[in-house]
Design a protein around this ligand. Structure first.
Ligand code: ARG
Length: 562
């Protein structure tokens, strides 16, 4: 039931419309004595009455409906208290009925959202620095789907640039086909690093690399088949990680896809008089008030840039998907790039520039160490997932050595811990990753939530009830708090989508699990009469379903036993 709406309908004031009243009905803070309040101050002038009198008159005019416990006038406010019994009954009935569809929405009907996330670079390792873009993007993808949007997940591969020329030279000199097919990215990386070392002594290798890159550009068949093979090797490798993280894409159109799609845009920029030549390069300058350096469109040698490709990609996405919004889940280091990109498109006169949104996030460090490719301090995401898994297995062996499918459970717990740990803070905050922290079964962690889920499953498995739900049993303090949280789930999903913040869902699931555990301690589920038992088990079932659903939106699976 939409209480705000129903309450607003009860309030009648002369010459004031429902539309004016509705936004004034506010939810009272948790500590306030009322659940909803309506302030009367605004009407004092026109009605020539004090707010106290207006509030009293409103109270007198209302015939209290069943869903309200009380209606009171207090200092110019009308306070509405919900009937707890009615509330718990309504929430539990509704959520039981909807099951996994609880929280689904029509909000997104007919709207398409493009999400650019993960967007890895070919022949480069999938390292810890890619974790956030990958899982924030994938989670937004799932949340928008749940809200009824049509979502397009895009992996804008970094598959263009002179590094491919270097890779070909390296491969031709030291590469071993079978080894690369077997060891994938790691083998490619080794020869790439070797190229850089050798090129310090022999700079002519760089010229050779440039000429091979030129061959790729010119469509030479040997160069292209190597280029395509490097891409396949990389994608095959990262696919394993994507599967573990439950990440999917609808498009892998990367930078190279836009090779033939940039010129019309450059022409249009020129035709609209937006470009300038500076030292031979084509640039777009911004108004001084923007306080931004110019955007480089074409280098003096005619080569296009990352930004040029992103321009072409933006147009391609608009023309292909006619997006309602187009998100870019990319680290805050690229703030300037996206500001420039969006501004140039706005200057071209396209009002959909406002629908492109950069969703930035903070940096990840592991137990205090910075992760950077330069000083060779790369931490592979796969290694992190494997370590988390083996640590999870250790914990399971201590806590529950008899558990079946220990390996599968350890995978769910380990990977879940890493994902949950990366999503629990606001995305813009830097993350200092620690295995102990994310795997702490008593902390604000994935394993804590998974453990709560397994507790729900085991309660439902062990205890049976043939009774009818006695709702009177559910209005005690711990239970009522829990049901209030259950009621919030749909609102939480909408809020996290609106703010591009999976952390809102993550923290919500954690609070739900905490409140459930308080409820569990307070209520003796197995030792109660049938109807009370039925009521408590209904709550267990609902909480279990929300945890499962919420965790799946983050890309985390929950084991039935752990
Ligand atoms: N491959 C880029 C990088 O690793 C990220 C690409 C983000 N997406 C985009 N459309 N620019 O920095």
């Amino acid at each position: 039931m939409d209480y705000k709406f129903e309450i607003a309908k009860l309030i009648k004031i002369d010459n004031v419309s429902f539309e004016e009243i509705l936004p004034l009905v506010v939810t009272a803070k948790d500590t306030a004595p009322a659940d909803f309040a309506f302030p009367c101050f605004k009407f004092a002038k026109t009605l020539r009455k004090s707010p106290v009198i207006i509030a009293n008159e409103i109270v007198d005019s209302i015939n209290k409906p069943q869903f309200l416990e009380s209606i009171e006038a207090v200092n110019g406010y009308v306070n509405f208290k919900l009937s707890k019994l009615n509330f718990v009954k309504e929430v539990i009935t509704k959520t039981l009925e909807l099951g996994e569809h609880y929280g689904d929405s029509k909000e997104g009907e007919g709207k398409t959202i493009c999400i650019d996330y993960s967007s890895i670079n070919i022949a480069k390792p999938f390292h810890m620095g890619h974790l956030s873009t990958t899982i924030i993007g994938a989670s937004l993808y799932k949340i928008y789907k749940k809200l009824g949007y049509n979502v397009v997940g895009i992996n804008h591969l970094g598959d263009w640039g002179t590094q491919f020329g270097k890779l070909i030279v390296a491969y031709k000199m030291w590469g071993d086909k079978d080894d690369i097919n077997k060891r994938g990215i790691n083998a490619l990386l080794e020869i790439y690093v070797k190229f850089h070392k050798e090129a310090e002594e022999k700079p002519e290798l760089n010229d050779l690399a440039r000429s091979w890159f030129k061959k790729i550009e010119d469509g030479d068949s040997e160069a292209n088949s190597l280029f395509i093979w490097f891409k396949e090797v990389t994608l095959r490798d990262v696919q394993k990680i994507y599967e573990r993280l439950d990440v999917h894409f609808d498009s892998y159109n990367g930078e190279s896809f836009y090779n033939d799609k940039m010129q019309p845009i450059i022409d249009e920029l020129e035709a609209k008089g937006l470009t300038k030549i500076s030292n031979g390069a084509t640039i777009v300058e911004f108004d001084e008030s923007e306080d931004m350096p110019p955007c480089l469109i074409k280098k003096a040698d005619g080569a296009t840039l990352y930004a040029t490709r992103d321009m072409a990609a933006a147009f391609y996405r608009k023309n292909t998907y006619n997006f309602y919004k187009s998100l870019y889940v990319v680290a805050y280091q690229q703030n300037l790039h996206f500001k420039q990109l969006f501004k140039v498109i706005e200057m071209m006169g396209y009002d959909w520039a406002k629908d492109m949104i950069h969703v930035p996030f903070g940096m990840v460090s592991i137990e205090g160490e910075k992760l950077s490719t330069r000083d060779g301090n790369v931490v592979f995401l796969e290694d992190v997932l494997n370590t988390a898994k083996s640590k999870a297995l250790q914990i399971i062996n201590e806590k529950n050595p008899e558990l079946e499918n220990k390996d599968d459970v350890a995978e769910m717990v380990g990977t879940g811990a890493v994902i949950f740990g990366a999503l629990v803070g606001s995305r813009i905050k830097d993350i200092s990753f620690s295995y102990d922290k994310v795997l702490n079964f008593d902390g604000e962690t994935g394993p804590y939530v998974q453990y709560t889920y397994a507790r729900c499953c085991s309660l439902l498995n062990k205890i049976e009830s043939t009774g009818n739900i006695n709702y009177d049993n559910l209005i005690s303090a711990e239970s009522y708090e829990l049901i209030k949280l259950i009621d919030k789930y749909p609102e939480i999903l909408l809020d996290s989508a609106a703010k591009y913040e999976p952390s809102i869902v993550t923290r919500y699931i954690y609070s739900l699990a905490c409140q459930f555990n308080k409820f569990y301690l307070e209520q003796n589920i197995s030792n109660s009469c049938e109807d009370d038992k039925a009521a408590r088990l209904a709550v267990v079932k609902v909480v279990k379903d929300i945890i499962k659903n919420g965790m799946s939106l983050l890309g985390i699976k929950c084991p039935v036993k752990m």
